[in-house]
Design a protein. Sequence first.
Length: 676
Amino acid sequence: MDFGINNIIFIIVFVAAIAFLTKNVLKLVSYLKLAKPDNRFDNPGKRITNTLINAIFQKKILRDKKAGPIHAGIFWGFLILLFSVINSILTGFGLHDVLNYLGPVFSIITFLTDLFIFLIITAVIFALLRRFVFKVERLHREGHSQGEAGLILLMILVIVSSLLLENASLIAQNLDADWAFRPLSSLVAFIIPISSANIIYNVSWWIHILVILTFMNFLPYSKHLHVLTSVINVYFSNYEPTNTLQTIDFEDEDNEMFGVTEIEDFSWKTILDSYTCTECGRCSSVCPATTTGKTLDPREIMVQIRKRTLDRAPILVKLQEQEKSVEEYEEAELSPEEKSVMEKSLIGDYVKPEALWQCTSCAACMQECPVMIEHVPAIIDMRRSLVMMESEFPNELQTPFNNIENNSSPWAFPTDARADWTEGTNVKEAAEKEEFDVLFWVGCAGAFDDRAKDISVSFATLMEKAGINFAILGKEEQCTGDPARRAGNEYLANSLIEMNIETLNNYKVNKVVATCPHCFNTLKNEYPMFGGNFDVVHHTDFIKDLINSGKITVDDAVKEEFEVAYHDSCYIGRYNGIYNQPRQSLMKLPGLKILEPERNKDKGFCCGAGGAQMFMEELEGKRINTERTEELLATGAKTIAVNCPFCMTMITDGVKAKEADVKVRDISEIILEQIK
């Protein structure tokens, strides 16, 4: 195509489209600046690696064996098709076959382009069938039209189809670049009449360019904004396996807001998360609350944060321009509609408060999200404002809050009773020993809950048999703060953490072992943020090392063959990547066979106790522990192995509710019965 009127029209259209897109992108970026700072620029090496694995190679997308390959094919295809887009744009500027100078490399690019045109067309057809014919449940949300998704898929189909016709018509005219190798386009070229080839080329080229420019400018207004933000969001995501929470500086006199009441209270990363949500529903499909019919839908949380941002942020910008504070919005030059938006609130008008209190903090949503959105911290931040700023929280939490404040435990037992479980054992408190190698962190459940006390005794016995020099804190131990933190009471948790760190440092503790995954996760991953650095191990991992080192010896004689269904705790599994170690310990036992429930390991299902749910009632939908127990019972095993006192309570209650003749045992109890 010689430089002429077509090129002039193209340049005008192209410049206008890019200018419009740039304006809208910069507007969205300006909204990020309204939010709180968040240092996500550390460790670029890890961030780049994480981006390559999850954004470029689509690791998380491919966890879904059906939709994953479809999306990955479209994504990788568009990376390859970028060369064709660049080539088409250069053609519009009158620069023909510039990429031909790449020589043999251009042959590879053109071959891959044809290959991915075929794959994308196939993938789009399957995507349309899944959404509009098979109507996959997670892709449909009540009150939300499927029109936008359909439009995007059709635009993708038009983009690649027009490119195919564009290339085929060039081949039909013998005008394709010298190094081009397009087998699919060559086949299509056979059906293109030579007399019409030039017209087909020009029409296809214009359709291709115009739809691409339209597609790009539609993105900032649609849920497919993730096309622009997903790679960036993955780069700035939390690359660690743990779901840690940000701390609050209560000594900062300028800090008058604790938690999040509005979008400007979030960090900029949370707002970017909301931009990046494509509403695919992977988070919702694995959420225990959503699965069991409750109000909470992690996808909807992100959708509503984005909606509130797009409603409120432009008004905040306008207030800044008028040098008015948020509190002065009634005096500012705003329309009635804008003032109406300012009168609304994030929590209540956009995000339902009851949804926030149904989160178990299991982080399954974050595990499955292909673009690394951090739902749970956003939910906890909103809980924080409700608890610490509004004193609005479920009535059931008042008792554990009071107990923690008065007794340093969610339960109403006196501190002096923390070591009562040791009666009849040789377990000593730290104050009674001159030195010890390991501190056994018993936890509140392990000290006070009747069933969890058995776990404490079993594990302590294993350590004694292994000759481990250990001690407990006894009455000096306090709740790690996990239930308070996850329930939004950061101030209460903060005071507990500081006192525990002081106690541990006083005894010069180095190695800590905990039977409770919640205590383990908090001590290991969150105490360092408060200055408490200790070598923290979960008891299942510790037991594995005792067996492997020969400090405890498994009886080789097969007493009885038995099958065990193993339940992964979210806080040692999904939070800390500990899946194989407990299984390895169990597999050391002769005659034992592990039966896996349908959802296991990093796809495991929560017991329903996390996120302070242990102390709240499920008032809506099916009970989460019942859902999980049914899966475990479906394995047919007569023993369910757990590694957490909270899981022990929830699964035991589930077994009783189902009236099943099945035992629920901690790994330490099972191992203890099988050693010499």
